[in-house]
Design a protein around this ligand. Sequence first.
Ligand SMILES: *Cc1c(COP(=O)(O)O)cnc(C)c1O
Length: 461
Amino acid sequence: MKYISTRGTAPVLSFEDAMLTGLARDGGLYVPESVPTLTHDEIASFAALSYEEVAFKVMRPFIGEEFTDRELEACIRHAYASFGHAARAPLKQLASNHFLLELFHGPTLAFKDFAMQLIGHLFQTALEKRGQKVTIVGATSGDTGSAAIEAFRGLDNVDVFILFPDGRVSDVQRRQMTTPVEGNVHALALDGDFDDCQAKLKDMFNDFEFRDAVGLAGVNSINWARVLAQVVYYFTSAVALGAPHRKVSFTVPTGNFGDIFAGYIAKQMGLPIDKLVIATNQNDILHRTMETGAYTKAGVTPSISPSMDIQVSSNFERVLFDAYGREGAVVAGQMADLANGGFSISQGAMEFLREQFASGRASEEETMATIKATYEATGEVLCPHSAVGVKVAGEHLGNVPMITLATAHPAKFPAAVKDACGQDAALPGRMSDLFSREERVTKVPNDLTALETLIHNRTGR
Ligand SMILES: *Cc1c(COP(=O)(O)O)cnc(C)c1O
């Protein structure tokens, strides 16, 4: 399987190289040259399989010869062994035709663990064979950084640096990043906001001399291997509700468009998905785009669902590439216009997008009211991100079963949850000592040279 860039001019890569690189050198994102499909019978056979077995069958066709079957099986087995639920991604019923897919039973309590735990093991396997080392640098608004640190801590061939906005992540998120004791983990509190962190990360990737010297690798949500790992739970949950014999719909709390893009891939692989609904909070660039056809930046307004507080949704570029008939030059042109504030999508491309996706938005008040109403009706305590999904899903219920993705555990956002429904969301027992562990963090200025110097010094490269 070959991977090509959405902007059409970066080298064509194998799965392993696309995974180790992250961002393409032309600024684009890697996508598979074609999407493999599964037959009706193959999908039906998943009903008798474990999460890990389905993961192997779904991902195997996307992964080249570089990983043997045994290696891939071992990576999958180790990735999900640390999850706190035997089903990995259990379903709960909220109403007669509405189900919640709990994706927060991993080690850092957000769905990011599904992909990050797996790529930690894939990276280690690939780098050991190559005798190579890499430096992972990531920017986070909270969940990605903790998931990355948890996945890469203690690995010999990897140093992991995470930039987070100083003072703007929750206490649980910060402590998940600052308490691991392993020497290859570097939590960096940047003097700025999340956009500053992301901008510095982009600058490092565009500094090719630095990029090559330290062996820079990216594991943010544009890494194709992360998208791929997320395709799996669309299959397991749909099959649990009767697919492929009947259709299901999904509503996905969306920020960078990685998670819902995985659903789009599942549909292309043959999973009978009726509706794929994009749910945004008040930072609703994607919902506005679906309504108006204009993708225009507006400032970010902080919300109680911070992991969805984004101005530009990176993975949207991947679906735009398909909407434009895979013309890399057109995508590159639109992305250049984005630097000046935005672009309008052609009528043909909009028709494609509206065929594939529905959308909706939840205000802060609606999100709070949904946490309260869901608790009162079902006893389920939602995190604010999942509540955005449940609210928007409510506008799209019908005869087809709706699955809303619950993307984080409520204990990651205890203040908002308490305000909304009066409940204290307790951390699961396996991390109850989080607040007594010692923190280790370096404060860094919002300055590229200072950051690059620190990384050179810490890695000795
Ligand atoms: C990352 C994240 C999201 C958004 O996912 P995308 O793949 O960026 O769209 C939603 N909820 C939570 C809790 C997250 O951590």
